[in-house]
Structure formats: C-alpha cells, structure tokens
Design a protein around this ligand. Structure first.
Ligand code: PGA
Ligand code: ZN
Length: 421
C-alpha cells in the first residue's frame, strides 16, 4: 500500500520564452516523487486542447497559469489521492471525465497534462525503471533520428523567413551520438557562413539561427553549403526537412509570404513551390505544407510527393485520433507529429501513436516552441519506438536537455540500442 499517491501539487514556473507554465509533482506514501513540466506552442492548431491562461493583463500579460495550478491542487488532486501511479489510463480517463469537455477547456490541458506526465514519471520511479523502459517495456530500445531545426522563421523568429522551420536530418549517421555530432558540426559551419555574410547569428525560439534571408530557397542553399563545409554529403549524410506551419501565414484564402515580402500565393502556387523545392534540394520531410483546413490540398500534395517525401500533419491532426482517422481515410499525409500537449494526456497520445502504427504511418515525437528543461519527450520517443524526434537545434538549454537525455539513454542501453526508423 506504500505506493499510493498522497500528494498532487502544481506551481508556476517559466518556459523558454519567459512565459508561465506549470510544474506538477506527484508524491507517493513511500516518499517517491515524480515531476513534469508542461510545454507551450506558438503556432498552435485551431483544434488543440485548450491551454488555460489566467487572462489577467496586469500579471504576465495575461499569460499566468494560476487557474490551472488551482485546478490541479483543488479539483484533480482529491480525485486521484489513494490511487497507485500505475493506473495511468484510469487516472487520465478520470481527469477527462472530471473536465467534461471535448477540448479540456474546463480544467485546462496544461493542468491535466502536468498530472498525466508526472504520474508516469512517478510510476517509473516506483518500479525502479528509467521512464523509457517503464513506458516502452522491453520494446524501449530504439533511439530516434533527430530533425534539427537550424534555421528558424515564421512565428518563431523576428526575421524575413516565412516558413517556420528548416531542419537537418543526419540520415547517414549510424548512432544517435553520431547524429548529434553531424548536427552540431553543421550548425557551427552554418554560423561561420552567416558571420562571413555579415548576417545575424542570434537564434530563434527553437535554437536555430534567425537571420534575414532573401527567401526560403536561400535558407536551403546555405544549409547545403554548411553541410558541405562541415565535410558531409547533402542527401547522403544529411538531408533537409521543412515545417512550413502554413496556417500561420494563411489569411483570407491565400498564403501570404509577408515576412519576406514575396506576396500572396494560391494553393496551386504552394504545390508548385514544394515540387520545385523537392527537385532542387534533398528534402525528406515536409510538415504542414498547407493550412490546417485544406484536407483536399493535403491529399493532393501527398499524392504528388508522398512516395518520396514524408508529409507530416501537425496542426492538421493535433495528435487527435479523430483527425488522424480522417487523415488516414483521405490519405491526407503519411506521418503525424506527436505533441502531448495538443491532446492533453499520455494515454490519448499513445492511442494516436497506436493508430499510426496500425495504418503504417510514421510518427515523430515533438517538443513545442515554448519548452522547459523537462526531458519527458526524450524517454517517450525511445519508448514509442517510432524512430524520429523533433526537438530543436543544438543550442538553447531546453533543447539540449532532450538531446543530452537521449545521449544518456543510448549510453545506458549500450549495444542494445538501435538507431533511427
Ligand atoms: P509550436 O511549433 O510549438 O509553436 O506549435 C512547433 C511546430 O509547429 O512543430
Ligand atoms: Zn509544426
């Protein structure tokens, strides 16, 4: 009986953008505790579970999360005291029921997710297992291929780049450790190029550089140059992945390349743009190429490019089984971006992953642009064995924390570790 939950508590901390978020702690009678911190997005999908913010403009510009904290301490905690942390599905189900809405707007997805994640962390500890082994069982041995976001644009940087993320994927690396080295060396080579061109080497929200470039092509061109300068072969050692986050520049029926001043584009222009980019550069993955309501457009681009490129739905699917089911039916993509806070519980996130596995779709475990030093997703990516993770550039502590945790896991697994998908 000593593994019963005796305390569930939350408090406000800061995320990597300096905005409040929740840290949640679960304590067992035997003294074991598990802690988790909740991330927060900027280019959020319309159908994401609702992050509860206080809205009091005099405190943290309305972004305080004290209501969510109170919901953990006063609403959720009494319901789960006395339960064991092994009952993840039961605890998650109870919180969903207690909230009573379809988008967790009552208690807040941030309140619910904090408890959900901290419950899993506590359970792992009480079984004396690392989190990846608790969540993944004997299947938890696959290290993910990182998609490293080395040029930031869109809503993640104050520069002239419209697409949100230009990532490098070290496809030629044979271990996770090697993939990190490939990424870091390319990141440094890229910095030298920007310095030489007299461009800014300041970084954006996810740790990638955020200079003012002419257009999206130039971002890919400098990345290719950096890959080569670092001694790698583009397309063989390192490829490129894009996250357009197209909803963030879609307005009144057209895609407005406002930041770069390239003007308005129709859906057909966008399709032509991606086809051109894929021809010109070694691109292996494109996320949210179109806005999140254009299911037919997604089906079209998947039909055109899906046999050679991974087409990923992020805002389109919001880690929600209902939307992923629709996507599978409509062949609207071939991969799903997985963000725990888009749906709000560990159990529901796993259900979405299981749906992907059943459909033979890829899935990528992902951070948010607003993060903390929490490393839950590193363990989660190994446990879910999908072989891909998106957790930013090789700069900024909150991104490095995940990479360092993955390096630790690979070290711990030793020869049993398998890398990539
Ligand atoms: P967000 O960005 O966390 O700001 O939503 C990440 C992404 O779009 O993948
Ligand atoms: Zn995205």
């Amino acid at each position: 009986m000593r593994d019963r939950i005796i305390l569930v508590e939350a408090y406000e901390i800061l995320d990597s953008r300096g905005n409040p978020t929740l840290r949640t702690k679960v304590t067992l009678e035997n003294g074991i505790t598990g802690i988790a911190s909740v991330p927060s997005g900027a280019s959020t999908g319309q159908n994401e579970a609702i992050e509860l913010r206080d809205g009091d403009q005099t405190i943290f510009g309305g972004k305080g999360v004290l209501k969510a904290v109170k919901n953990v301490n006063q609403e959720i905690a009494p319901e789960i005291l006395g339960m064991t942390p092994d009952c993840q599905a039961e605890i998650d189900r109870m919180m969903i029921e207690l909230d009573g809405t379809s988008n967790k707007s009552n208690l807040g997805s941030n309140a619910i997710l904090g408890v959900s994640m901290a419950t899993a962390v506590t359970a792992a500890k009480s079984h004396n297992l690392p989190l990846y082994a608790y969540l993944g069982g004997v299947g938890g041995f696959r290290l993910p291929m990182p998609m490293m976001n080395i040029i930031n644009g869109g809503e993640h940087a104050d520069n002239s780049i419209d697409l949100q993320e230009f990532m490098i994927v070290p496809i030629g690396a044979t271990t996770f450790k090697e993939s990190i080295r490939f990424g870091a060396e390319t990141f440094h080579a890229l910095k030298k190029i920007f310095l030489k061109k007299g461009l800014s080497t300041g970084v954006g929200d996810e740790g990638g550089f955020a200079p003012n470039l002419k257009n999206n092509e130039e971002a890919c061109e400098v990345i290719i140059e950096a890959i080569q300068n670092a001694g790698f072969i583009p397309g063989k050692d390192i490829s490129i992945a894009l996250d357009a986050a197209a909803s963030s520049f879609f307005n009144d029926g057209s895609y407005n390349f406002l930041k770069s001043g390239l003007g308005e584009k129709k859906t057909s222009d966008m399709l032509e743009f991606y086809t051109r980019m894929v021809k010109k550069f070694p691109i292996v993955s494109i996320e949210d190429p179109l806005e999140e309501n254009d299911w037919d457009g997604f089906s079209e681009i998947t039909k055109e490019l899906g046999n050679k490129v991974q087409i990923v739905g992020d805002d389109l699917f919001v880690t929600n089984t209902d939307f992923v089911k629709k996507g599978i039916h409509k062949k609207a993509a071939n991969a799903v971006l997985i963000k725990l806070n888009q749906i709000g519980t560990v159990t529901e996130t796993i259900a979405t992953i299981q749906l992907c596995q059943k459909a033979g779709w890829n899935y990528i475990i992902s951070h948010r642009s607003g993060e903390t030093e929490d490393t839950f997703i590193a363990d989660f990516s190994v446990a879910m064995a999908g072989g891909q993770i998106k957790t930013g550039s090789v700069s900024r502590g909150e991104r490095i924390a995940k990479y360092n945790r993955l390096l630790e896991i690979e070290y711990e697994l030793g020869k049993s570790a398998i890398f990539g998908s």
